[in-house]
Design a protein around this ligand. Structure first.
Ligand SMILES: [Zn+2]
Length: 323
């Protein structure tokens, strides 16, 4: 082997832990310093801790659209890229969160449910505040009425989207590029309705990572961090996207609230074992035979919106089922 090639190989080997470390990551927040709602709140003290961690470890906080552009081109997202999103448009982002983002000079994307602002709901940002926010970040679309799209017919979904888009145009003079499903709920029918619009990307709220090459531009993972759990934040940064996962069963919410059998196929036929996640039941180790997982789970679920996930080492993929 020529000396140069050997050197290059050695260098690659030395670098590989970093190359393999992780994909890009997108985080989602809702409320800031609003302890009335612990399941959707983060304190700015905690937020600073997370931001400091990123700075200390040389992460690059990029605008969400940069990750979208990578996925659209089918290019790998650099492992140190992180993007931030904030959902719904709660007033506490304007009064508490924004200043921290400004302080660190971190870009962000705020997804608004337009009705809450339009109807001047007490807990939400005003159009005027949104105009201020738009100077520091991007404002994108999270529906008009924040309804359960899975339970609305096509015409109702379209009417909801049209109304929201028209109001964003009117008040912000902006045509959104990005969309987040209310409650992260959707199915193939809802996805089809969305195809009538020119959104560059659609996001869920499933813990995961963005590989770029194998990521689905209509189903990009975002991890939610709440409370004072820096441990979760660091853990999520280590996840990579598990590519080539095909969930086969269940694909609709089980009426009797029992997940009887889980069936998943994986493109990577060399995988021998995986962990399966079912909401309310945690993770269970299962065997994989020739890329096929068949597990008679028989697990009771309580929530009306559950997640089922597969993890192979630090690679992860989740999906959501709603009642
Ligand atoms: Zn929302």
């Amino acid at each position: 082997m020529p000396k140069m090639t050997k050197l290059l190989l050695l260098l690659l080997l030395l670098l590989s832990p970093y190359l393999l470390f992780a994909d890009g990551h997108i985080f989602v927040y809702h409320r800031f310093d609003d302890s009335r709602y612990p399941t959707t709140n983060i304190s700015t003290k905690e937020l600073r801790k997370e931001f400091n961690y990123l700075k200390k470890h040389n992460y690059k906080v990029v605008p969400l659209i940069d990750i979208v552009n990578k996925v659209n081109k089918g290019e790998a997202v650099p492992s140190k890229w992180v993007a931030f999103s904030i959902d719904d448009g709660f007033k506490s982002f304007y009064t508490h969160g924004l200043s921290v983002f400004k302080e660190y000079n971190f870009p962000f994307t705020l997804f608004i449910a337009v009705k809450f602002t339009e109807k001047k709901y007490k807990d939400y940002v005003s159009w005027k505040q949104l105009q201020t926010i738009a100077k520091y970040g991007t404002i994108e679309f999270h529906s008009y009425g924040h309804g359960h799209y899975g339970q609305m017919n096509d015409a109702k979904i379209k009417a909801d989207i049209d109304k929201g888009l028209a109001l964003m145009k009117k008040h912000l003079n902006y045509e959104p590029n990005l969309f987040v499903y209310p409650y992260g709920e959707y199915d193939s029918r809802v996805e089809k309705v969305l195809e009538n619009y020119n959104f560059k990307a659609v996001f869920n709220q499933n813990i995961g990572a963005v590989n770029g090459v194998c990521s689905d531009i209509k189903d990009i993972d975002r991890s939610a961090v709440v409370g004072s759990n820096a441990h979760d934040f660091k853990l999520y940064l280590k996840f990579k996207e598990l590519c080539g996962v095909h969930f086969q069963q269940p694909i609709i919410y089980p009426k009797n609230k029992i997940v009887k059998r889980v069936e998943v196929t994986l493109d990577d036929k060399t995988i021998k074992s995986a962990d399966i996640f079912i909401s309310n039941n945690g993770w269970t180790k299962v065997k994989v035979n020739n890329g096929k997982i068949i597990w008679n789970a028989n697990k009771h679920i309580k929530l009306n919106r559950i997640k089922i996930g597969v993890k192979v080492k630090s690679k992860i993929k989740l999906m959501v089922l709603s009642k």
